[in-house]
Design a binder for this molecule. Structure first.
Ligand SMILES: [Zn+2]
Length: 133
C-alpha cells in the first residue's frame, strides 16, 4: 500500500492515471453505443428540471414505470396530517431498463411532457427491492 502511494507521488509519468482514464472512456463509449434513446437524460437530448421525487416501483412497462410514494397532507378541518399516496408514471431510459425492477427505490425528476401521463424521467436507482420477480 505504502509503496504504491510513493510511486504515484514520485513517478510523474502519468501512465497509471491515464490508463484508468482510458478504461473509463472505453466504458462510456460502450454504454453510449448501447443506448440510442433520444429521450434519455444521459445519452439523449432530454433536459431535466423541476421537482425530484423518490418512490417505489410498482409497475414496469416497456420504456415506462409507475412509482408510488407516501406524503403527508394537512387537513385544515381537523388540524392534522393525513397520509396520501401519489402515483407517478416516469420514462425509463433504455440503458436503465435492465437494472430497475419492481420493488426498487428510485429517484425521478421532472422533465418536459413526453406523453399524456409521462412528465418524469428516472434518474437513478437508490436501493434494490430484493424481490426477484
Ligand atoms: Zn441512456
Amino acid at each position: 500500500m505504502k509503496e504504491a502511494k510513493v510511486e504515484k507521488k514520485v513517478g510523474w509519468s502519468k501512465t497509471p492515471t491515464s490508463s484508468v482514464e482510458d478504461v473509463k472512456r472505453k466504458e462510456a463509449k460502450v454504454v453510449e453505443t448501447m443506448c440510442r434513446d433520444k429521450d434519455c437524460h444521459v445519452h439523449g437530448n432530454l433536459k431535466v428540471r423541476g421537482r425530484t421525487f423518490e418512490g417505489k416501483v410498482i409497475k414496469k412497462f416497456h420504456k415506462r414505470i409507475a412509482i408510488e410514494f407516501e406524503r403527508m397532507i394537512y387537513v385544515r378541518k381537523y388540524e392534522r396530517y393525513k397520509k396520501s399516496r401519489t402515483k407517478i408514471h416516469a420514462r425509463l431510459p433504455v440503458c436503465m431498463e435492465k437494472e430497475i425492477n419492481v420493488g426498487d427505490l428510485i429517484k425521478v425528476q421532472e422533465c418536459r411532457p413526453l406523453s399524456k401521463i409521462i412528465h418524469f424521467v428516472v434518474i437513478e436507482k437508490i436501493k434494490s427491492g430484493g424481490e426477484g420477480k
